[in-house]
Design a protein around this ligand. Structure first.
Ligand code: ADP
Ligand SMILES: N[C@@H](CCOP(=O)(O)O)C(=O)O
Length: 293
């Protein structure tokens, strides 16, 4: 038996659509696997009632297939589904690390990234790796078709999760198919600024590089109260605010000592918009950890 804790993640970080990701210190899924002749999946925890246990429909089923590793699998969800916090990815990442150990497949963490991404194709239609990469490798990640680069960065974060669901599949439908040269230049500049900020663990640079003129404005329309929540976070000292993944979670970058105030301001702003929410005071954290084997 192998048990793995795989963290929630925030993808895109505004300017890095489908490329950037960051592991969060909390929340996380815990995935336990045992060898079995046929694969079965049991799901408990946050939002378990919305998650299919059929291996054809659960993200971990695709990982089982890719590793040819049938197992009795238990997923204890800490990451609410349809959150923008890489819920579907956390389970897939945890299963990839656990099954690799259980069956002694000998794959490196980097080699597990495209395998776990197959699970994302099951739920969103696209095998995007920007959530599974940080959930497996930890830190800030840059993923392209050539592979993933991971950087350890110490950045305080707040993620505020409103009590509404947005499916990644639906939120991908609002992504514009084209962008102007002006928007492209702005986005590249912001993304480069953010990456430098991560390498220096500098929340001011990271925050300055999060803004994105193309995808985020379209996604923000799906989140009631988004503009007010951003204003409140900036007023409380956030250095950057954006949609986390495909939403509805909202991600704020802060300097040390500002997370509590930023979290309270974001919760108040959602509440004034009539939306219940919860806030996680987090930081960029480590990747999946083996708890037991
Ligand atoms: N192991 C899993 N964990 C979470 N969601 C899963 C899992 N397997 C399948 N799903 C489905 O994936 C969808 C949530 O994924 P997604 O829309 O990408 O949201 P998130 O941003 O939280 O990952 C839901 O429809 C859910 O039923
Ligand atoms: N790059 C993807 C990331 C989706 O993240 P999730 O946490 O909402 O699953 C996208 O923006 O569609």
């Amino acid at each position: 038996m192998v048990t793995v804790r795989a963290p929630a993640t925030s993808a895109n970080l505004g300017s890095g659509f489908d490329v950037f990701g960051a592991a969060l210190t909390r929340p996380a899924d815990v995935v336990t696997v045992e060898k079995a002749a046929e694969t079965t999946i049991e799901v408990t925890g946050v939002g378990a009632q919305y998650i299919p246990e059929d291996p054809e429909k659960n993200t971990v089923g695709a990982v089982v297939e890719a590793l040819d590793a049938p197992a009795r699998i238990h997923i204890d969800k800490g990451v609410r589904p349809a959150s923008g916090l890489g819920s579907s990815a956390a389970s897939a990442a945890g299963a990839a690390v656990a099954l690799n150990r259980l069956y002694d497949r000998g794959l490196s963490r980097s080699e597990l990234v495209p395998i776990a991404a197959e699970g994302e194709a099951v739920v969103s239609g696209v095998a995007h790796s920007d959530n599974v990469a940080p959930s497996i490798l930890g830190g800030f990640t840059v993923t392209t078709s050539e592979g993933t680069h991971a950087v350890d960065a110490s950045i305080p974060l707040v993620v505020c999760l409103p009590d509404v669901a947005v499916s990644t599949r639906d939120a991908r439908r609002v992504v514009p198919e084209t962008a102007s040269m002006e928007d492209l230049v702005e986005t590249v500049g912001n993304a480069a600024t953010l990456a430098v900020g991560m390498c220096r663990s500098d929340p001011d640079l990271v925050g300055a590089g999060m803004s994105d003129p193309v995808v985020t404005p379209e996604r923000a329309r799906l989140i009631t109260g988004y503009d007010e929540v951003c204003d409140a976070a900036f007023d409380a000292g956030a250095t950057g605010v954006t949609v986390s993944g495909a939403g509805p979670a909202v991600l704020a970058v802060c300097r040390d000592g500002r997370r509590r105030g930023v979290a309270a301001a974001m919760l108040d702003a959602f509440s004034e918009a009539g939306i219940d929410a919860r806030a996680y005071q987090s930081r960029i954290g480590r990747g999946a950890t083996v708890l037991e084997e």
